[in-house]
Design a protein around this ligand. Sequence first.
Ligand SMILES: [Fe+2]
Ligand SMILES: [Fe+2]
Length: 337
Amino acid sequence: MVGNAFFSARDIVRAQASTELGSIQQHRLTLDRAVSDKARFAVLRIMAEELRHAYQMFWVLDGDQTWKKPGLGDVAKQTMEELLGMELGGHVLDAFNIDFNDFLDNVTYATVIDLVGKYQLEMQQVFSYAPMARSMGPMLQEEAFHLGSGRSLLKEIGQMAARGEGDYSVQDIQRALNLWVPRGLEMFGNEHGGDTAVTFGFKDKTNGAAQAEYVEEVCGVIRNTNVAMIQEWLPGISRPDAHTLLDEINRSGDPGQGVKPEDVLFMPDTKFFRKRGAEEFLFQPYDVKGELLTETGKPLSADGYLGYLAKVLPVSFIGSREYDKYVDQMREYFAGK
Ligand SMILES: [Fe+2]
Ligand SMILES: [Fe+2]
């Protein structure tokens, strides 16, 4: 590989390894808040496997002498040194810098962020740099456990919330989704781009196409959690009837059989709380349903939008390092306009 392809490939390997190392640092923060021993074991296994993934990326760098370039030095060694020094706040992608504050973060993250990983790994199975392409199969197998654990724990926590048990309410789960889904969407890159990675033969789908499939899949996971919650509220209702009831509630916006629209979870709109991606919605005051918030006929001010975010994001995220970073980026964005 030469020129742009060489550095693009290095950046992809570097970003990938950073996600693996970041996720271990994040899970560790709230591991002891696990809702059960089974849940704690699942997270420990995820952490062990993410470490293996990071070392697999190191192996890709370390096993190929062509990463050493005259005039550039040993690009592999430099990249590995940098990766091993990364801490939360300094990782490549935003999703891997957010501190976990409770176990809902571990679970929501395994559900929606590891799912992006699955899409990236699947796309990179065609990576024209063969050592990278060959790395994808074993990692994908392990990712299936991460996703499965996230989904089944999300459903369990949803069922507990529906019964009024445990530490988390349906609102808490929704707030966690509102925090993590936007960062997951941004991991696909600008929804209008991705053509270069396809041209280089690093991926087989554009960003927008992959992201659209991801949205569908997350909606399906949320639907399954809702159905399980409805079955808690209405014992004896069949799964197909619970699906029909859910559709009816979502379509009409009215309660059905005592289940109110605000009792069920939903996918936050793709325009909500975005700081990267398509220009038309960056830092714009879209609400969780994708409506532009206004004030006397004009889009809500930056401060007004921050006030709105405080109502729909996890309380512990507001005022955190990554929240402050968002606020700074937002101010810079509008100052540059
Ligand atoms: Fe991984
Ligand atoms: Fe994973």
